[in-house]
Design a protein around this ligand. Structure first.
Ligand code: ADP
Ligand code: MG
Ligand code: MG
Ligand code: MG
Ligand code: MG
Ligand code: MG
Length: 759
C-alpha cells in the first residue's frame, strides 16, 4: 500500500464532505512538486527496487491442513521498530525493510536502500536481498509458519481458512466469506474496505468463470443465505452470476500478492518515455508471470489475479459503471442506508454526480468538452486497472518523438477543473495535465482527521491520497516536496522521478522473483539505451490485458505489438546477442545452464509443448502499425524483431560490462554473476517459448493429476494442503525432497542448475 498516515480515519459520510478539499489541495501540492523538481532535477541515478509480498501460512503436517495465520502480524511491528533491536537490526543489517499490507496474514518486504543500477553486481545482489527477507521473517516465526510467496491462497473465503479460525460476520466488509479479522489492524484498512462499499452503494462483486471439468456443477454452491446485513441479499439479486465463482469483498483482491518494481529515471522526460515504453509490456509480463488459477476453493477458467483485484476495490456506483442496479434492488427499503447516502444515490440517479467537474474526452478528440452541456458520470474503469493514456512529451529523444495523439484512443474521463488548473500552469503540457486530471476523477477513500489541514509547500499527503489509490499497471511517481534549504547532495539521496511496473504476479521462489525484477529493470535500461518505438494504441494494450487473463495465454494466444520493422530496432544490429553470448563464462564440464537448445536455431525457439509448434504468422491491426505476436516472438525475437532478450544482452555487453577481458576467468565473481543473469533471462525466455510452464499452468496440472481431485473443479481442504506443500518444497528449492517436482516446475536443466547452485 502507499503511504500509511497515522490518525483517526473519517467515516465515509464525514470524509466525502472533504473530497473537493483533498483534490484542490492535492493539486496545489502537485503544482508545487513540479515547480520544485520538473526542471531542476536532472542526471539522477538509475536507482531501483522491488517489492515482494508474502503470506504467512501455518502448515500442520499432522492434521494435514494449511491456514492463513492471522495472529502473527506482530512480527511486522517488531521488524520495523528501532526499540526492538534484536528484530529490527536483523532486518536493517541485511538492508531489508518490512511494510504492512492489506491482509493481516501478509507482509511486504523491499530493500531498505534501493539498488544502484550502475554496476553489474546489483543485478545479482537483488536475489540475495530477497532471500534474506525470507530468512529474516522466518526467524521471527515458528517453523510451522512459513512466509510463502503465493499469489492467491487457494481456499481464501472457504470455511475455516484462517488460524485461529474466524467467522465472516464483520461490519467493515459485510462479506459472506471473509472475516474482518483478515484485514490489517491499522485503521486505514478496515476504513478503506468499508468506504469502498459505502461509496459504491453495495458490496463489490467479482465473478470468475468456473473451470469446466467432467464432474463440475457450474454453480457456486458456497453462497450462504444469511440475514445479518441487508447487503446479504445482493448475491441473490444479481451480484452473483451463474457458472461463476462469486466473491464479495476487497480481501479477495487486495489479499493477493504481487511483485512490483520501481525505477528512477534521470529526469522527468526520461521517466515519461520509460512509462510509455513499458506500457505495451504490462499484459505480456502479466501473462508470463501467471500464477492464479484457483480462487475461493474453485479451479477457475483463467490464470491471473488482475481482474479480481480490479473488481475488489471498484468503488464506482451503478451509474458510473453504466449498469442497471440489481433486479428488484430497493435502495431505500431493506438497505442499511442513512439519509446522506440516499442523497448521494439520488444525486447520481439524477445524472449529476458528487463532482460536477468530470467530462468526457471523445475518442481521439483532444477538444475536451461536456456532452449536452451536462457533465457525464460514466467511468469505464475501476481505480485498480490498466493505464488510460500515454504520458510522453514531444521533446524527448534525439530522434523525433514517437508519440502520436491517436494512440491515446480510449474513452477516459477527466476532472475538467483539475485539467484547466494544470494546463494553465507552464509546467504541464496536455499529456501531463490529462494524466493527473484522470487520476483526480476519483474520490479520496480514507481521510485522517489529523491530516485535513496541511502545509502545501512542504507536504504531499493530499496528492498521495488520490495518487496512491489509483492502482494502475504503471505508476508515474513524482518526487516529494523537499525543504528548500536542502543541499544538492541531500537532494540526490531523495527519490526523484520514478516509474513503477505493477502488473506481475508473485512467483514461488526467490530466484524467480529476482529474475522477473531483473528482467524488467534490464529491459528498461535497454529501452533507454536503444530508444525503440513501442507505441501502439492504448485500446490494443487493454485488449492484451484481457487476453493475458486466459488459461495458458502464453502458449495459446497472440498479443498486439508494434510491427517489428517499425520498432526502430534492426535485427542485424543485435545479431550475436542471444543467450549463448554468455557461454564465454562457462567452464566446460560445469553444470551451468549454458545456452541450451532454445537459441541454436537463431530466431526459432525449440518449444516442447504441442501448441507452441503451431504458432506462427501474424494478424495485422487496422492501422497496419501493429500485429499480433506470440510472447515467444516478443521475448525471443523473430525475422523482423530482435526480441527483448537480445536488446538486454546487447545492453549488458555494451553498457554494464563493456570492458570484459578477452578470456574472462571462469569461476570468477564476474563469471558467476553473468551466469546467474543468464539464468534469469533463460527462465523468462523459456516461459515465453513454452518450455517452462507458468506457475498457473503448473498449479492447474498439480490439481488435475492429484488423486484427491474429484474432477469437480473443487479444491478441498486436504487437496489444498498438498498444493501448499508442493509450493513450500518449490520455494525451498529443496530437490532432495522431491526432485521430480522441481523438474516439473523449472524444466530439467534449470532445476539441475538451481539445485547445484542454491545456497
Ligand atoms: P510503494 O508501495 O508506494 O510502491 P514502497 O516503498 O513499498 O512504495 O516501494 C518502493 C520501491 O522503490 C522499493 O523497492 C524501494 O527500494 C524503491 N526505491 C526507493 N527509493 C528509490 C529511488 N530513489 N529510485 C528508485 N526506486 C527507489
Ligand atoms: Mg504492496
Ligand atoms: Mg510497497
Ligand atoms: Mg505499496
Ligand atoms: Mg509498489
Ligand atoms: Mg501548461
Amino acid at each position: 500500500m502507499g503511504l500509511l498516515s497515522l490518525g483517526t480515519p473519517l467515516d465515509w459520510h464525514e470524509s466525502k464532505k472533504l473530497n473537493e478539499h483533498v483534490r484542490d489541495n492535492g493539486i496545489t501540492q502537485l503544482i508545487n512538486i513540479f515547480k520544485q523538481h520538473a526542471r531542476s532535477r536532472s542526471n539522477d541515478r538509475f536507482y531501483w527496487g522491488d517489492e515482494v509480498e508474502y503470506m504467512l501460512v501455518e502448515i500442520d503436517d499432522e492434521a494435514r491442513t494449511a491456514r492463513l495465520a492471522i495472529d502473527r502480524d506482530y512480527i511486522l511491528s517488531d521488524l520495523s521498530d528501532p526499540d526492538k533491536p534484536e528484530s529490527y537490526l536483523k532486518a536493517t543489517e541485511k538492508n531489508v525493510s518490512f511494510h504492512p499490507e492489506y491482509g493481516r496474514y501478509m507482509i511486504e518486504a523491499t530493500p531498505l536502500r534501493p539498488y544502484d543500477g550502475l554496476s553489474l553486481s546489483d543485478y545479482t545482489y537483488v536475489e540475495e536481498n530477497i532471500r534474506d527477507r525470507r530468512i529474516v521473517s522466518q526467524s521471527e516465526l515458528p517453523p510451522t509458519i512459513r512466509p510463502l510467496t503465493l499469489t492467491v491462497f487457494p481456499r481464501i473465503g472457504c470455511e475455516t481458512f484462517t488460524s485461529p479460525p474466524a467467522k465472516p460476520i464483520g461490519p467493515a466488509s459485510q462479506s459472506l466469506f471473509l472475516p474482518d479479522e483478515i484485514i490489517n489492524r491499522h485503521a486505514r484498512f478496515p476504513t478503506l474496505t468499508a468506504n469502498i462499499r459505502k461509496r459504491r452503494g453495495c458490496k463489490v462483486a467479482i465473478n470468475l468463470p468456473i473451470y469446466p471439468d467432467i464432474n463440475t456443477k457450474l454453480i457456486d454452491d458456497s453462497i450462504p443465505h444469511r440475514d445479518l446485513f441487508s447487503s446479504d441479499q445482493e448475491a441473490f439479486l444479481g451480484a452473483s452470476k451463474p457458472g461463476h465463482v462469486y466473491m464479495d469483498s476487497m480481501g479477495f483482491g487486495m489479499g493477493a500478492s504481487c511483485l512490483q518494481v520501481t525505477m528512477q529515471a534521470s529526469d522527468i522526460s526520461e521517466a515519461r518515455y520509460l512509462y510509455d515504453s513499458l506500457a505495451p509490456f504490462t499484459p505480456i509480463l502479466l501473462s508470463l508471470s501467471a500464477a492464479a488459477p484457483i480462487f475461493k476453493g474453485f479451479l477457475v477458467n483463467q490464470d491471473v489475479r488482475w481482474n479480481v483485484i480490479s473488481g475488489a476495490v471498484d468503488d464506482r456506483t451503478f451509474i458510473e459503471r453504466d449498469v442497471e442496479p440489481y433486479a428488484g434492488y430497493d435502495f431505500f427499503g431493506g438497505l442499511d442506508v442513512d439519509d446522506q447516502t440516499k442523497e448521494h444515490l439520488i444525486n447520481l440517479g439524477g445524472g449529476r454526480g458528487v463532482n460536477g467537474d468530470r467530462v468526457i474526452n471523445n475518442y481521439g478528440d483532444t477538444n475536451l468538452k461536456t456532452v449536452d452541456s451536462k457533465p457525464i458520470q460514466k467511468i469505464p474503469k475501476s481505480r485498480y486497472d490498466s493505464i488510460d493514456a500515454y504520458l510522453s512529451d514531444h521533446t524527448y529523444s534525439k530522434k523525433d518523438s514517437y508519440f502520436k495523439e491517436e494512440y491515446n484512443d480510449i474513452f477516459s474521463p477527466i476532472n475538467k477543473k483539475v485539467y484547466d488548473r494544470l494546463i494553465s500552469n507552464k509546467e504541464f503540457d496536455h499529456n501531463l495535465a490529462y494524466h493527473f486530471a484522470h487520476l483526480f476523477i476519483r474520490d479520496p477513500l480514507v481521510i485522517f482527521s489529523e491530516r485535513v489541514d496541511q502545509d502545501n509547500s512542504l507536504e504531499n499527503d493530499h496528492f498521495e491520497n488520490i495518487q496512491s489509490t489509483n492502482w494502475q499497471t504503471l505508476r508515474f511517481k513524482p518526487p516529494a516536496l523537499y525543504p528548500e534549504d536542502m543541499t544538492e547532495a541531500q537532494l540526490q539521496d531523495k527519490p526523484g522521478w520514478r516509474v513503477e511496473f505493477r502488473p506481475m504476479e508473485i512467483q514461488l521462489t526467490d530466484f524467480e522473483n529476482a529474475a522477473y525484477s531483473v528482467f524488467v529493470v534490464l529491459l528498461s535500461k535497454a529501452i533507454l539505451k536503444f530508444q525503440p518505438d513501442f507505441y501502439i494504441p492504448i485500446s490494443k494494450i487493454d485488449e492484451n490485458m484481457e487476453i493475458a487473463h486466459r488459461v495458458d495465454s502464453v502458449l495459446n494466444d497472440k498479443f498486439w505489438f508494434k510491427n517489428g520493422n517499425l520498432c526502430k530496432l534492426e535485427n542485424k544490429d543485435f545479431a550475436g546477442y542471444d543467450l549463448s553470448w554468455f557461454d564465454r563464462f562457462v567452464n566446460k564440464g560445469n553444470d551451468t545452464l549454458a545456452s541450451e537448445n532454445v537459441y541454436v536455431n537463431g530466431y526459432v525457439s525449440n518449444g516442447t509443448m504441442d501448441s507452441v509448434k503451431s504458432r506462427s504468422g501474424s494478424i495485422k491491426g487496422e492501422s497496419c502499425n501493429e500485429s499480433k505476436y506470440t510472447t515467444d516472438a516478443i521475448i525471443n525475437g523473430n525475422h523482423e524483431f530482435p526480441g527483448l532478450i537480445r536488446m538486454i544482452v546487447k545492453m549488458i555487453a555494451t553498457e554494464l560490462a563493456p570492458d570484459l577481458p578477452q578470456c574472462p576467468e571462469k569461476d570468477s565473481e564476474l563469471a558467476k554473476r553473468m551466469l546467474r543473469i543468464q539464468c534469469y533471462l533463460s527462465l523468462i525466455s523459456q516461459r515465453a517459448s513454452g518450455k517452462i510452464p507458468t506457475i498457473a499452468h503448473w498449479l492447474r496440472s498439480r490439481v488435475l493429476t492429484n488423486p484427491l481431485y474429484k474432477k469437480d473443479s473443487k479444491i478441498s481442504d486436504p487437496l489444498a494442503y498438498e498444493l501448499i506443500k508442493d509450493c513450500e518444497k518449490v520455494s525451498d528449492l529443496d530437490g532432495s525432497k522431491d526432485p521430480q517436482l522441481l523438474k516439473d516446475y523449472f524444466g530439467e536443466s534449470l532445476a539441475n542448475y538451481l539445485c547445484a547452485h542454491s545456497s
